[in-house]
Design a protein around this ligand. Sequence first.
Ligand SMILES: O=C1O[C@H](COP(=O)(O)O)[C@@H](O)[C@H](O)[C@H]1O
Length: 272
Amino acid sequence: MAFTRITKDRGKLRIQDNLDDLATELVEYIAELSEVSVKERGVFAIALSGGSLIGLMGKLCQAPYNKTVDWAKWHIFWVDERVVSKSHTDSNYKLAKDSLLSKVPVAPSHIHSINDSLSAEDAATDYEFALRQMVKARTVGVSQLNDCPKFDLILLGMGPDGHVASLFPNHIALEERDEWVTFLTDSPKPPPERITFTLPVINSASNVAVVVTGGSKAEALRMAIDDVEPDTPLLPARMVQPTTGNLVWFLDNPAASKLEAFRFAESDQLLA
Ligand SMILES: O=C1O[C@H](COP(=O)(O)O)[C@@H](O)[C@H](O)[C@H]1O
């Protein structure tokens, strides 16, 4: 029962029956945005998360995308990164490099990873400095509203606790409004030391896509999207609310199963 729904204020829901169809829809969406950005700005500035999302992007390395995407124009950043060596299995950079970036012709100088020899605090400062240079050069666009970077696309995953990037429920990092990149040394999910884009940066992007799969995330997803009881805890995923940009959720059936839109679609089908 694949379908798309536009919600009142939580963006567009794209729900697929299986992971293969979800992956196909996701890479088609990324390829389209890349084409539009390259046409309009001459570059495509994309920020990746880690986790299960990266495995779903694998089709970008295959035909037709390996040939049709203008890889030379891509600039790749990380929405969040674990402060570990780039060769460590926990590194979001390594995950993307091994499964995607090593298989497509992106210029190494366009891959903007963190300096893994620094402390979490210094790595965040250093990454924000690098990002400021990219904004100054307009490799990354700028928001007219708040001077924040305006990425062409920010790709997020969501944990079963509703975290996005390395922004965890009730964590002080959620309140950061001045910095573009902040750090944490007490992540509830290992490893503890991380850097992360802050909410103002995420919400300034032209496009934000959140990719969520699996039944273990269904309840957090409901709390992030549906109209919920007023005393429901405010999850980081619910704070993703692009100011002027587009928000799209790529979901599989198990993740979407508790959403109102899904239940209505199911009962419509039973009646049909
Ligand atoms: O720790 C992290 O988790 C989230 C979610 O990962 P998933 O495997 O449950 O999809 C990820 O988006 C984030 O980048 C990562 O650092």
